[in-house]
Design a protein around this ligand. Structure first.
Ligand code: FMN
Length: 431
């Protein structure tokens, strides 16, 4: 596979062993314990024929000394914005670069980047680059999950910075969890696998994301319906995350509160529907242009055979409603893909029943539905619906747990969209 990423003078050339070669690269190193791994990355980049200038922060130099960076890069190294003032180093270095990496990126440096602070040589350089910028966050799980850090990451991503990881694994101390820096080999693989243009934008730019949400209502008569307790909040948060990542986003919303819809970014196209039949029609229509299809709506499994034209009057005798099954919209979208290399994701809200726990039911459903992923969550009167915290288990089509997300719906949606954006590229390469 050969791919190119536009650099300033010429494209970054990627060869079939995932190498970036022949480029001027700024390697920013901030003061995380993973700074020693940046030395391995530096070695790989220079061996592949790149000219690398290392710009450490003061804190990074307390982790790994200047001599290491100078010896491995073959260039002099400074962290001081006043060094080389005659050559205007604080902006020149950035202006000449084809690619800028920050490995590891501390919470502190990420925050400063997000807010345009320029109190060291790395930060002045980052403010003056016109080349692609990629950062590999590394920090303790609590620091990574802190809303301040996550907001800063969203700001950077929204401006087109490529966020590499972090991954889950062993941290500085004895504990482990999300926040571990991506390995140098994987960083090189990700950078070289980014197709033309992607590195410049948010990772869903140029992609269309179709999401259904809310709960369908099946009329009994002109004023009554069979419905469910889905608020549409989860789908709205997914739509917000997709739009933030640059995706063209279409939300097919079944009976979702106006307040939830009003809070969405203006770029999200809202298609309101009421019944399962309407939802099926709109999803099938828009799926023809979607790269990712997410069925998060709670669709009534049954509808009334014939809804009356007039309000049913109170009487003394029992009445019978005949219910007929609605079409399985997710199965149809997954089985009959409207577009090649499309990622189809379903949601399954389970309560558990007949001696089976909700996850077991989810696994069985994942195998039946033929979607690429099924997000399973436990629901009940007090759980899963409305503005509450949630836990989602993401299963693949064999029912194996790939990952899980937990927290506020906004957090879960953001993490899930991140996972899907990362997994879209392998899907693109699927035969
Ligand atoms: C041993 C040690 C390890 C650290 N590891 C990390 C880390 O992995 N991630 C992080 O965000 N901060 C870490 N810190 C804190 C940063 O070094 C500190 O926030 C510093 O101000 C970062 O400065 P910089 O962003 O300019 O490099 C660590 C500090 C120490 C003493």
């Amino acid at each position: 596979m050969t791919g190119t990423v536009s650099g300033k003078d010429s494209p970054l050339i990627m060869d079939n062993v995932h190498t970036v070669t022949g480029k001027r690269i700024i390697l920013g190193v901030s003061g995380g314990i993973a700074a020693y791994k940046a030395a391995v990355l530096l070695r790989r980049l220079t061996e592949a024929g790149n000219r690398v200038t290392v710009i450490p922060t003061d804190a990074a130099l307390r982790m790994v000394g200047k001599a290491t960076w100078e010896a491995l890069s073959g260039n002099s190294v400074s962290a001081d914005v006043f060094d080389g003032a005659d050559r205007v180093n604080h902006v020149r270095l950035g202006q000449e670069a084809d690619l800028c990496l920050v490995v590891p990126a501390t919470a502190d440096t990420i925050a400063k980047m997000a807010h345009g602070i320029a109190d060291n040589l790395l930060l002045t350089t980052l403010l003056s680059v016109s080349c692609p910028v990629a950062v590999a966050p590394a920090m303790h799980t609590q620091m990574w999950n802190n809303p301040a850090t996550r907001h800063n990451i969203d700001l950077l991503r929204g401006r087109g910075t490529v966020i590499l990881g972090p991954v889950s694994g062993r941290l500085t101390g004895r504990d482990s969890g999300p926040g571990r820096m991506m390995e140098p080999e994987e960083i090189i693989r990700r950078i070289s696998a980014l197709p033309d243009g992607k590195i410049h934008g948010a990772d869903l730019r140029g992609k269309t994301v179709l999401i259904s949400g809310g709960g369908t209502r099946e009329p009994i008569d002109p004023v009554r319906f069979i419905g469910n307790r889905s608020s549409g909040r989860m789908a709205a948060e997914l739509a917000r995350s997709a739009a933030l990542r640059g995706g063209k986003t279409i939300l097919v919303s079944a009976n979702t509160e106006a307040e939830i819809l009003r809070s969405l970014p203006g770029s999200v196209r809202n298609v309101p529907v009421q019944t399962a039949a309407e939802l099926a029609r709109e999803m099938q229509k828009y799926a023809a242009c979607a790269d990712i299809v997410i069925m998060a709506a709670a669709v009534c499994d049954y509808r009334t055979q014939c809804a009356g034209d007039a309000k049913i009057k109170r009487g003394k005798d029992p009445i019978t409603l005949t219910l007929v099954p609605n079409p399985d919209i997710l199965l149809d979208l997954a089985e009959n893909r409207r577009r090649e290399k499309q990622l189809v994701v379903g949601f399954a809200a389970e309560t558990g029943s007949a001696g089976k726990d909700f996850l077991q039911l989810g696994r069985e459903k994942a195998r039946r539905k033929k979607a690429d992923f099924l997000a399973v969550n436990l629901v009940g009167e007090e759980q899963g619906f409305g503005p509450v915290k949630t836990e989602l288990f993401l299963l693949d089509r064999e029912g194996r747990e790939k990952t899980r997300f937990s927290g506020e719906k906004s957090t879960v949606a953001r993490d899930m969209m991140e996972f899907l954006a990362e997994n879209l590229y392998p899907a693109e390469n699927r035969p």
